[in-house]
Design a protein around this ligand. Structure first.
Ligand SMILES: [Zn+2]
Length: 189
């Protein structure tokens, strides 16, 4: 691979920081695997089944600055987390929510978008650029947006109107401020 539209590659060597004693020659994935070995060495079986304790599914952007469990006071086993670029309610998110509700007992849905989202700086032109580069237009929409509040409202609407979901009465949407850590609730109206 020489380049791609986003200018990113994967499995690049880890920049060695102050604590860089961890696999200084390794890839980022090597570092994660080493971290997992330490995690597992202190891990005890929590004895839970797969049904989320709080019966809630959280749909959020994949943004690296959003630590869902810390930001929402969630513990292991509490919730389902469904994440993608933008926290967009795509068909695949509806698939996960449907399984979450019908097979695993969740009842509430929380949608979290955030300030400074990468999707605000993209347009549907992104698909055209991909087509120009690789000769194939993706089947998916970029789902870029300009108004984050409106984007949350649209996401809430998609969940509320899905015919596949059992529970659409408790669907709330928020914008997470990456500078303050605070959630701001969006009025669905
Ligand atoms: Zn985002």
């Amino acid at each position: 691979m020489t380049s791609n539209v986003l200018g990113m590659t994967t499995s690049t060597p880890v920049p060695t920081g102050p604590e860089g004693a961890i696999s200084p020659e390794g890839t980022v994935t090597d570092r994660l695997v080493e971290a997992n070995e330490r995690y597992a060495s202190a891990f005890t079986d929590p004895g839970m089944d797969a049904r989320p304790v709080l019966r809630v599914a959280v749909v959020a952007c994949m943004d690296a600055r959003l630590d869902l469990h810390a930001a929402l006071g969630l513990e292991l086993g509490d919730c389902h987390t469904i994440r993608n670029a933008g926290g967009v309610v795509t068909d695949d998110v509806i698939r996960s929510l449907t399984i979450s509700q019908r097979a695993l007992g969740t009842r509430s849905v929380v949608l979290i978008h955030h300030t400074g989202c990468g999707l605000e700086s993209l347009t549907e032109e992104f698909r055209h650029e991909l087509e120009m580069e690789i000769g194939q237009r993706p089947s998916w929409a970029v789902e870029s947006f300009r108004d984050v509040d409106q984007d949350v409202r649209q996401s809430m609407q998609r969940v509320r109107t899905s015919p596949f979901l059992l529970h659409t009465d408790d669907v709330r949407g928020f914008v997470f401020d990456v500078k303050t850590g605070l959630l701001r609730e969006i009025d669905p109206a």
